[in-house]
Design a binder for this molecule. Sequence first.
Ligand code: G4P
Length: 289
Amino acid sequence: MSSEMQHIQWFPGHMTKTRRKMAEVLPIIDAVAEIVDARIPVSSRNPDLKDIIKDKPLIILLNKCDMADPKETSKWIEYYKKQGVSAIPIDCKTGKGLANFKDIVKLTLKDKLEAYREKGMAGKPLRVMVVGITNVGKSTFINRVAGNSRVKAENRPGVTRGNQWVTIDKQLELLDTPGVLWPKFEDQRVAERLAFTGAVKDGVLDLELLAVRLLDNLSDRYPELLADRYGVADFGTDSYDLLCAIGKKRGMVIRGGETDTERAATMLLEEYRNCKIGRISLERVEDNA
Ligand code: G4P
């Protein structure tokens, strides 16, 4: 991800521009693939996508599934299926699940493919626009699926200059722009979950508070993983006490025997983000019902 992308500030002007660009390319694409973070499939989605893409078929790619709880990821896939939305788990770090991408595109667009065949246009490639909020792994995904085929900047009639088309093979082309979307930042819980995963830069939210809130979530949903990793048994009700206990176990003690909670907070967040605590999903289908 370019640093420019990382530092995009989503203010209404930017959002309007991106919406407009997406509306412009809509007529020439066949489907939209939204990449989300499998650990937080709700918070990592763009709140306005449905409204922007109208009835273009949507494919959801649950990325980073190597770090998510596999049980929960399966439930999410079922959940989307029931809603008539195609979804597959992928892991762009290793490439696991990516082989299913072309199949899911073809399955989602089977009526279109059939229509092409009937009209004698069987060779016409399917075009999919890839979107996602910052840090979900969009660049990694594109690089992986593109393999050796080069990303080419190309101008096509009727299309805004500078669109990035990625040719996957004769049957599939991906549109890489304008693919960076905004999350539902105004929702405090969403901002917090994005911060847990490192999708928003540290410094936006208080680190200790963030670690305490992460512990609230983990002690409720994954107490056994916390116990295994940090040797803590009593979770009590106060996650700040738990953070102190965890820090102490790691020898993060300052003068007077108190825990260096700032260090403990940094360590906890880093270990969560690097999947050291375990495969953890912070959003579940049943919360969304
Ligand atoms: P973006 O374009 O959507 O903004 O995201 P990008 O591809 O830059 O990926 C953001 C981070 O997520 C990268 O890590 C990338 O390696 C990691 N990532 C992407 N897909 C997966 C996945 O399926 N599993 C895991 N575990 N990680 C994934 P980084 O720390 O920013 O860089 P680096 O560690 O790759 O150097």
